[in-house]
Design a protein around this ligand. Structure first.
Ligand SMILES: Cc1cc2nc3c(=O)[nH]c(=O)nc-3n(C[C@H](O)[C@H](O)[C@H](O)COP(=O)(O)O)c2cc1C
Length: 207
């Protein structure tokens, strides 16, 4: 479309200003204890995953995938994970802390999304780039959940990084969990937390 102002063509905005940018200024992670039904509709869920997948991708390798756990499956997943954790952990306090954490993470939020990193080691693109690409999916997922009126949070730890959970999720040997994302409707807005002052993070080149 021809531009009609006196600005040089390079200054024409190719995207209209999107009001949702204001929403991104207020995004917060929502703790799993605050995530409840209504679950995202199937349409919303596909939109969230589609937005999440719209990432820069060096080599176009698509080095990620998602595993979805619906609430009717959460009890089974919880008991398999707890059984595996008990087999590894002798300390009673640690067992009980993990049981309580996993119950909060998995039981209540209507959907759990596992984001899986699947590096393509045969491709001639840096593994770090492939990992960062999957990390970008994670952040896009959080923005998409927030923008569509839902909430989520990026969680990791034992259920993501250990061998037994990888088997429970039927991961291939090269695959790793990037994060576990409970997804649902926030029952209340979490309080804001301190944010970095970007002016302190910014310096001019050679200043
Ligand atoms: C890679 C990664 C892993 C995380 N793992 C956990 C976790 O296991 N448990 C937890 O409580 N928070 C974890 N967090 C922190 C929360 O996701 C989140 O950053 C924090 O609650 C602050 O929320 P905000 O998004 O509103 O800044 C993790 C964050 C990142 C980036």
């Amino acid at each position: 479309m021809a531009h009609t102002t006196n600005e040089p063509a390079t200054h024409v905005r190719i995207n209209p200003v999107d009001q949702s940018v204001l929403g991104l200024m207020s995004r917060r992670s929502v703790p799993p204890a605050l995530l409840r039904t209504p679950a995202p509709t199937d349409r919303d869920l596909m939109d969230i995953l589609t937005i999440a997948s719209r990432v820069p991708d060096h080599g176009v390798l698509v080095p990620w995938r998602f595993i979805l756990v619906r609430d009717h499956q959460a009890d089974d997943l919880l008991s398999e994970l707890l059984q595996a954790h008990e087999a590894e952990e002798n300390d009673e306090a640690a067992r009980s802390a993990m049981a309580s954490r996993l119950r909060t993470w998995l039981i209540g939020p209507p959907v759990i999304v596992f984001l899986i990193w699947r590096p393509n080691r045969a491709a001639n693109f840096p593994e770090l780039d492939q990992l960062l690409c999957a990390g970008a999916v994670a952040m896009n997922f959080l923005h998409a959940a927030h923008s569509t009126g839902y909430g989520s949070i990026w969680l990791t730890g034992w259920p993501c990084y250990s061998e037994a959970p990888a088997q429970i999720l039927s991961l291939a040997p090269d695959e790793k969990v990037i994060g576990l994302f409970p997804l649902g409707t926030p029952v209340k807005r979490p309080a804001e937390r301190a944010r970095p002052d970007v002016r302190e993070l910014l310096s001019a080149w050679r200043s």
